[in-house]
Design a protein around this ligand. Structure first.
Ligand code: SAM
Length: 309
């Protein structure tokens, strides 16, 4: 069990796991500013601007990497890779939805949607319903902020405000979800915040709600080698002290369970046909990975997609 989590914990957008949603939105905002952007998320900047001050501002501080480079070029490269990773992952899962729509799927469920703005920025065909599940305060913040800025959803968006460790299938069904229709599910930036048994339960519930031809996409984290983790901790601590930065310690929030099921293996064994893509391959394919000496290839995440038989 990770140190700061409890079975029924909750959060708003600036605390605990909620703040991680702001971090990844900040990375999407940074990507959107790039002339060679892999994705464009015009709402990310609005969503982080209203979230107050936080370490996420570094994602948009072009000067920061330059300053860190003079002190520790390898840490600067890793920071760059962290930002690029979010862009690569967003693009991968945008493509997943594009393919699902091409196949005629019109029911979408984004699990742990956080500040994901896909329900507002993707060109959903008429008749598409996008269900977004996350904790109440996270969904309230996103909807209120975008509404204040005159941003409307591009699909029939239904917010399902509930914790994914509770009876979310009942809440989803009450919001109008139809288990008889094919669905495209997304679990992006979620699994590491669930204990291993909650991950199994989540996939069991998703499978029960998935008509044949449904699709799923999920991001799963790799395992960090402990010695390398310690080296990186020391290196990052030096940099954060030098630049007077308050870091966000993600490892306090995640469940680093070595017995966690492999997502593709689990899906293959439960009526899905899965394909797993190492995120490092995807980053290299898109020319968005800076090689570093002290890399830990086992710690990279995997993007899994699957179709239900
Ligand atoms: N998927 C979004 C994205 O990629 O922008 C958000 C990712 S953010 C790193 C993690 C999100 O998971 C947060 O919005 C958090 O509220 C949500 N989350 C984590 N555990 C959850 C749970 N048990 N129930 C509901 N939401 C959860």
């Amino acid at each position: 069990m990770s140190s700061s989590r409890t079975d029924n914990d909750s959060w708003d957008i600036t605390s605990s796991v909620g703040a991680t949603a702001v971090m990844v939105a900040a990375a999407r905002a940074a990507e959107t500013r790039r002339p060679d952007a892999l994705i464009r998320d015009p709402y990310a900047e609005i969503l982080i601007a209203e979230a107050g001050d936080g370490v996420w501002a570094l994602m948009l501080d072009d000067d920061f990497v330059a300053r860190v480079t003079t002190s520790d070029p390898e840490v600067a490269a890793m920071f760059d890779n962290m930002k690029s990773y979010q862009a690569v992952r967003t693009r991968f899962f945008d493509s997943f939805f594009e393919e699902a729509l091409t196949a005629g799927v019109r029911q979408i469920v984004i699990l742990a949607s956080g500040l994901d703005s896909r329900a507002f920025r993707l060109p959903w065909p008429a008749g598409t319903t996008v269900f977004e599940i996350d904790q109440p305060k996270v969904l309230e913040y996103k909807a209120a902020t975008l509404t204040d800025h005159g941003v409307d959803p591009t699909a029939d968006r239904r917010a399902v405000a509930i914790d994914l460790r509770q009876d979310w299938p009942a809440a989803l069904t009450a919001a109008g979800f139809d288990p008889g229709q094919r669905t495209a599910w997304l679990a992006e930036g979620l699994l590491m915040y669930l204990p291993a048994d909650a991950q199994d339960r989540l996939f069991t519930q998703v499978t029960e709600l998935s008509a044949p031809g449904s699709r799923i996409a999920a991001e799963s984290m790799g395992l960090h080698a402990e010695d390398r983790r310690e080296r990186m901790r020391e290196r990052f601590a030096r940099i954060t002290a030098q630049f007077d930065v308050q870091p966000m310690d993600i490892s306090e929030l995640t469940y680093d369970d070595p017995d966690r099921a492999d997502v593709a293996e689990w899906l293959d064994a439960h009526g899905w046909r899965a394909t797993a893509v190492p995120s490092l391959d995807e980053m290299r394919r898109l020319d968005r990975y800076v090689e570093v000496e002290d890399a830990d290839s086992g710690s990279f995440s995997t993007f899994t997609t699957a179709v239900r038989d």
